[in-house]
Design a protein. Sequence first.
Lengths: 114, 111
Amino acid sequence: NAGVMQNPRHLVRRRGQEARLRCSPMKGHSHVYWYRQLPEEGLKFMVYLQKENIIDESGMPKERFSAEFPKEGPSILRIQQVVRGDSAAYFCASSPRGPGYEQYFGPGTRLTVT
Amino acid sequence: QKEVEQDPGPLSVPEGAIVSLNCTYSNSAFQYFMWYRQYSRKGPELLMYTYSSGNKEDGRFTAQVDKSSKYISLFIRDSQPSDSATYLCAMALYNNNDMRFGAGTRLTVKP
């Protein structure tokens, strides 16, 4: 059983470009969470999605960031017009049962904005 | 005051030592408690998941939750160099989407 898959693993973007981060949850998991991790800091919740629905986006900046989890295909975290402060590791996690239950993390995408 | 406090270390111990990692928290409503291990430049790996106060053991790892003191611990017995990693505590409210993480404690086990 493959774990949570994320791609790309490393992404370099210039300021003003768009970044698209992909996450395929574990088989049978329909709950996906996105987190951001800055150096020397803990993981910060961004958004929680179920298939075709955004359940909670309270941790996501209101501008430039969006997320989706379509009926078919991976979940996408999209960052428009990236700035240097967006440089971080972005992790997604999936869960079989939703809030409060164990979450399994992917390897992360390291975004560098130059 | 942060909602979840965790000493970042670094913590260095000799191989075979017992390691104690701790977190304190301020929100008494947290009900789910987890410990993750994160190797450098990798994703966090779930080690332990507990729901109630008390102890939970899994191999060399024991998780302890004291809700009255708002304090959780992870003990590692017979520590190995392969245990060298950053350990993150995490906790969540019942039916809440926003899992809160500690900043992580960096552990090095020296052969």
